[in-house]
Ligand binder design. Structure first.
Ligand SMILES: Nc1ncnc2c1ncn2[C@@H]1O[C@H](COP(=O)(O)OP(=O)(O)OP(=O)(O)O)[C@@H](O)[C@H]1O
Ligand SMILES: Nc1nc2c(ncn2[C@@H]2O[C@H](COP(=O)(O)O)[C@@H](O)[C@H]2O)c(=O)[nH]1
Length: 268
């Protein structure tokens, strides 16, 4: 007999609320999962904000997302080639080294799909369109938003707009690939809301002074922009507890290895 995964049962329930899966109470559904007893079941329903009298086929949109996210996080399904699919967000304050660590991950692990964002920021010397960013004007960014082509988007440092093109992410996840997004705090929060199963990693500097040193040393921003970015950095650092994991970027190769280990680790 083929054992049906919890995700498959949920899919069947949502596809046909009149089916036996759809008519199942959420309580019955959760206790049908071997690791879940009655005490744990009630805690989970409470955390997910789902009433115990709900039927699986009668979950509202928010409840579906919450249940799906919960299942994906604890029992990730293998992709078509047997791999685990993961959406990973790498965030952290300006100049902590997110871009540098992401580039190292890409170099060492070409199997990890690194998202290329769209931005209204002008390119820095050496940045290539389509490689570092898709550099677009305000009108094109408006269009991307209006056409729902972005998974998340935000105005970062109160200045330029940045967003994650949705389609390449969906395609990579469907192919069973791990996808890495290097984005800001606002974007990380949006991804968490849209995809509760995403893994959120916060990159920390060894110290505040080192962060300032890296920002100045990069030499890509003038004094006013640096001050603006450091103001955001304080807000971002204060949010670090919202993230699933924190990694200190003392050394690029070690930080990249640590992030990859988290990504490849079995889901919590
Ligand atoms: N572990 C490290 N040790 C020393 N320097 C580092 C380290 N990681 C990154 N750097 C340097 O710090 C500077 C900032 O790095 P990077 O541009 O990757 O930061 P970022 O977090 O992507 O910044 P932003 O959010 O502003 O785009 C760069 O000059 C980079 O070479
Ligand atoms: N919310 C998003 N933030 C993004 C995205 N791509 C990059 N970023 C973040 O913007 C700042 C500034 O980047 P910079 O290249 O101008 O230094 C940095 O924190 C990036 O992580 C995105 O698609 N969405």
């Amino acid at each position: 007999m083929r054992v049906i995964s919890p995700q498959e049962l949920l899919r069947r329930a949502l596809a046909d609320p009149e089916s036996p899966a759809g008519a199942m109470r959420v309580t019955e559904f959760l206790t049908s999962i071997p690791a879940i007893g009655e005490g744990k079941r009630d805690r989970i329903l409470n955390e997910l904000g789902i009433s115990p009298v709900k039927k699986l086929g009668g979950l509202g949109a928010r409840q579906r997302r919450a249940m799906q996210g919960f299942l994906d996080e604890r029992w990730p399904e293998p992709g078509p080639r047997g791999e685990r699919s993961r959406l990973v967000v790498l965030a952290g304050p300006t100049a902590v080294g997110k871009g540098t660590v992401a580039a190292e991950i890409k170099a060492q692990h070409p199997e990890i799909h690194l998202s290329v964002s769209a931005t209204t920021r002008p390119p820095r010397p050496g940045e290539a369109d389509g490689e570092h960013y898709f550099f677009v004007d305000d009108a094109e960014f408006d269009r991307l938003v209006a056409d729902d082509e972005l998974l998340e988007h935000a105005t970062v440092h109160n200045r330029y707009r940045y967003g994650t093109p949705r389609r390449p992410i969906d395609e990579a996840l469907e192919a069973g690939e791990t996808v890495l997004l290097e984005i800001d705090l606002q974007g990380a929060r949006q991804v968490r809301a849209a995809e509760p199963s995403a893994t959120l990693v916060f990159l920390l500097p060894p110290s505040w002074d080192e962060l300032v040193h890296r920002l100045v040393g990069r030499g890509t921003e003038g004094a006013e922009e640096r001050a603006r970015r450091l103001r955001t950095a304080k807000v971002e650092l204060a949010s670090q507890n919202e993230f699933d994991y924190r990694v200190v970027n003392e050394d690029v190769a070690s930080a990249a290895r640590e992030v990859v280990e988290l990504v490849k680790a079995p889901a919590r």
